[in-house]
Structure formats: structure tokens, C-alpha cells
Design a protein around this ligand. Structure first.
Ligand code: SF4
Length: 456
């Protein structure tokens, strides 16, 4: 039989993770929240394993534990039972329910089941302090972990924020950055005197101190009351050039509550950080605080000092779309040629975002690909002869095959220690990544030299 359908090509070692995993990460950044997967136990186990190996923190994800019969009869009863268990065992302040491929395919109406639950168990809800319940649809066949992450942030704002009195607070939606990034952003906002609600805030919930006793729900995270008051915020800032406003929390606040939105690229490198700092100057009415001006100055000085090691080198960059856009911008400004920019997501705005950050450089445009897996990245990159790779641990086997350094950034970092403490954003983050890049290239030069160098 003849068919016009394109031949099926399997994904080989995907350059993305599953959609509800991103939602669980976002929910983990809300105070008192327990992420909950409406699906089978296996999905929750896979996600926990991934998240724990990067963050090296406990990560509880509750699950409806659906089996075969629920695929036929529906998962409603298990969802209700699961919510009750989470309420009684965790005393959660918020339960963030994300669907999986299974429950989306069988068509469970999760908001409807939750509404039924609230009617049926109103006594129990009162007894346990009435936790907020946020639901988000995250079928993995319709997107990557990043779409799930942004969907969960937007759902939290949509279902919690209220119209209220205007206040001087600012909402910051940083996207999926590291706990170290969030700590740095807090410091910067403090220095500008800006009172900000950062959503999500994983700085403590996924990078907490050692404790004598295990906390079922880790401390930290964005307070629910602050999310509720975002409707009255003075402004919102959102990172992510590939995001369109109709999928983001910032876009929703602007549309529903008239909160002015500043959409920026993730501030990686000098120029994208400059944009962020100038927005902070505008919002606060203050000039950049001296210590950040000094960090900027030292960064430029190091670019000058290190230029001879990096100029003309060729890089393959891969990972989450907005991280890749930011890294591409950074690499171009330090004189490295990005030759392949790849992501596993399909945002529809990846290519134009890469073009936008390379606009002012007189360089050959890189190959730009979305929806990629690592097999395709290898195929594309084979002829491009990269000098280094920049991305997460999943590119390790390619770096090894080509005998080039891998600069580990983003998520997941399974094969090094402290990946979640990597600082990517701001002048300080650019400094840290720049030093890593320069030193990796120097190290490779030493390794490949027949005489070695002790002084370069
Ligand atoms: S891709 Fe679908 S089936 Fe696989 S872990 Fe994610 S939600 Fe579960």
C-alpha cells in the first residue's frame, strides 16, 4: 500500500526529558508543595532517579500508581485516594498534580476529579488546612520537560493569583535555572532594593543544608501567598527568548492583571546580562550597584586576557532551548564560533532567537536544529569538527568520541559533582563559565602536546 506519511524515525538518546518531569521541578520550587503525578508508578520512579542524580537531594514525587485496569476504567478513584494520602502523610501546603502520557491518553478529567474530591472531602480539607491543589496537563508526547516546566508555572499563577491591591513587588520568572542561579538572582534583586517573588524558587528545596531529621516537605520555595498577590505586582520579568507570551506566567499576568512584562533572554553572557541589569535599573530607579559594576568590569578584563585561548574555536551547543540561546550569545561574544545549536524541544522560535543573539556579529550562522536527539546531533556535528561541546552530561559520549572537552552546564549533570551549584546567569555566571571554557581548552592543549606546557 502506498502512503504519503513520512517514514517513522525513532528517537535515539533524546536531547530532552519528559514533560511532567519539568512540571515536578517547577512545583518543587513552591513552598510546602508536593509534586504529584497522575499516572503509573514507573513514571514517578524514572523522574525521581533523574532529578536525584543531578541535585543529590531527596525528591519525593507522589503518584496515583495506576495499573492496567485503570487504563480501562479511569484513574479517578486512585487520584482521590492519592490526594488524601498526600494530605495526611505530608501535610502539604500545595499539591501540584501533573498528568502523564497514560492519563492524558485515557482522557481523565483531572480538574473535574479534583472538584469532585473537594466536594466529597470538604471535612478532611478543613481538617488539614485546606491545601491548594494546582493541576496541569503534561502529556509527554506533546512536548519536552521545558514545556512541562513553563506549563506548571503558568498553571500555578493562573489558579492562584488574584486581583488585589497594587504593590511594589515584582514577579520574576527565571525559567529552569540552577539553585545557585536563583541565589545569585536574589542577591542582585536585593542589591537593587527590589522586593521580588521568584517563581519557582528551588534554591533551598533542591539544594538544602544537611539536617538531623528528614523533612518530608523541604523548607524553602515561593510562598503561596506571594503567588496569590502577583495580580497586584508592579512589574514582571521573564527569561526566555524562545517563549511566546501565550504559554507563560508573565504573559498571563500582563493579559489578566495588567502587570507590565519585561521579556528577556536568559541572562547568560555579557550582553544578555546587560539587558537584565538595565531592566532592574529601570524598575528600581537606581544605577547598577558598585559590586555588580565591578564584576562586569572584571568579566570584560578576563575576556581580553583569555581571548587568545578561545578565539576561532568551534563549539557545538545543545540542551534546553533558552539555555542554548544564551550560551550561543555568550560564545559568540568571547570569540568562539557556535557551529551547531541543537535542542530537543520544538518551540517554533528557536531559530529566530539564535539569529537575534547573533545579529550583531559578522560570523557565519551555525546550523540550528530543534527536535533533535543525540544520534542526529552526532550526524550533524561529524562534519563540523568542533573543538568543544557545551551542554549537559548526555553529550559525554560524543565528546569522548571526538576527543574534545565537554563544558558541563544545564541539566542533567550525572557524571560530575555539584552540577546544581553551577552558576550560569549574570556577570558572575559568565565569569565562571568563561574560566571553565578557557581552562578546558588549555588542558586539552597540554594533553595533546608532545612536550607539554607548564606555562601558557
Ligand atoms: S514519557 Fe510518558 S510514559 Fe514516559 S515517563 Fe514520561 S510521562 Fe511516563
Amino acid at each position: 500500500m502506498k502512503t504519503n506519511a513520512a517514514p517513522y524515525v525513532s528517537t535515539t538518546n533524546a536531547c530532552k526529558l519528559c514533560k511532567p518531569l519539568g512540571a515536578c521541578l517547577a512545583f518543587r520550587g513552591i513552598e510546602g508543595a508536593v509534586p504529584y503525578l497522575h499516572g503509573s508508578q514507573g513514571c514517578a520512579t524514572y523522574m525521581r532517579r533523574y532529578i536525584i542524580s543531578h541535585f543529590r537531594e531527596p525528591m519525593d514525587i507522589a503518584s496515583s500508581s495506576l495499573g492496567e485496569k485503570h487504563a480501562v476504567y479511569g484513574g479517578g478513584p486512585n487520584l482521590k485516594l492519592g490526594i488524601r494520602n498526600v494530605m495526611t502523610k505530608y501535610r502539604a501546603g500545595l499539591i501540584g498534580i501533573a498528568t502523564t502520557c497514560l492519563t492524558e491518553t485515557i482522557g481523565d478529567d483531572v480538574p473535574g476529579i479534583v472538584a469532585e474530591f473537594k466536594r466529597e472531602f470538604s471535612d478532611l480539607l478543613n481538617q488539614h488546612g485546606d491545601p491548594e491543589i494546582v493541576t496541569v496537563a503534561t502529556p509527554s508526547y506533546s512536548g519536552s520537560h521545558m514545556e512541562g516546566f513553563h506549563a506548571a508555572v503558568k498553571a500555578s499563577v493562573k489558579q492562584l493569583a488574584q486581583a488585589g491591591p497594587k504593590h511594589q513587588g515584582v514577579g520574576l520568572f527565571p525559567g529552569f535555572v540552577s539553585p545557585a542561579d536563583i541565589r545569585y538572582l536574589k542577591e542582585v534583586l536585593d542589591d537593587f532594593g527590589i522586593s521580588a517573588t521568584i517563581l519557582p524558587d528551588i534554591s533551598l528545596t533542591l539544594d538544602g543544608p544537611a539536617l538531623d531529621e528528614y523533612e518530608k516537605v523541604p523548607r524553602g520555595g515561593t510562598p503561596v501567598e506571594e503567588i496569590k498577590s502577583l495580580g497586584g505586582a508592579k512589574a514582571a520579568i521573564e527569561f526566555g527568548r524562545t517563549l511566546s507570551k501565550n504559554v507563560t506566567a508573565g504573559g498571563l499576568l500582563e493579559e489578566e492583571y495588567d502587570v507590565p512584562l519585561h521579556s528577556l533572554g536568559t541572562p547568560i553572557g555579557l550582553r544578555e546580562s546587560d539587558c537584565f541589569f538595565s531592566v532592574l535599573e529601570e524598575i528600581s530607579g537606581r544605577a547598577i550597584p558598585e559590586r555588580h559594576a565591578l564584576e562586569r568590569g572584571r568579566l570584560i578584563d578576563s575576556f581580553v586576557d583569555g581571548h587568545k585561548y578561545v578565539a576561532g574555536k568551534r563549539a557545538v551547543v545543545y540542551g534546553e532551548a533558552d539555555l542554548v540561546v544564551g550560551l550561543t550569545s555568550f560564545l559568540a561574544e568571547i570569540g568562539i564560533k557556535p557551529v551547531l545549536c541543537a535542542t530537543g524541544s520544538r518551540t517554533g522560535r528557536f531559530e529566530q532567537s539564535i539569529h537575534a543573539v547573533l545579529d550583531e556579529f559578522d560570523i557565519e550562522l551555525p546550523v540550528i536544529r530543534d527536535g533533535m536527539d543525540f544520534y542526529e546531533i552526532a550526524e550533524e556535528a561529524e562534519e563540523l569538527h568542533p573543538d568543544l561541546l557545551v551542554g549537559n552530561s548526555k553529550g559525554y559520549h560524543l565528546a569522548r568520541r571526538w576527543n574534545v572537552p565537554l563544558i558541563r552546564v544545564g541539566f542533567p549533570i550525572h557524571d560530575r559533582f555539584g552540577g546544581h551549584r553551577t552558576l550560569h546567569v549574570g556577570y558572575r555566571g559568565a565569569q565562571s563559565i568563561f574560566d571553565s571554557v578557557v581552562n578546558a581548552l588549555i588542558e586539552r592543549k597540554q594533553e595533546q602536546s608532545p612536550v607539554g606546557y607548564t606555562y601558557i
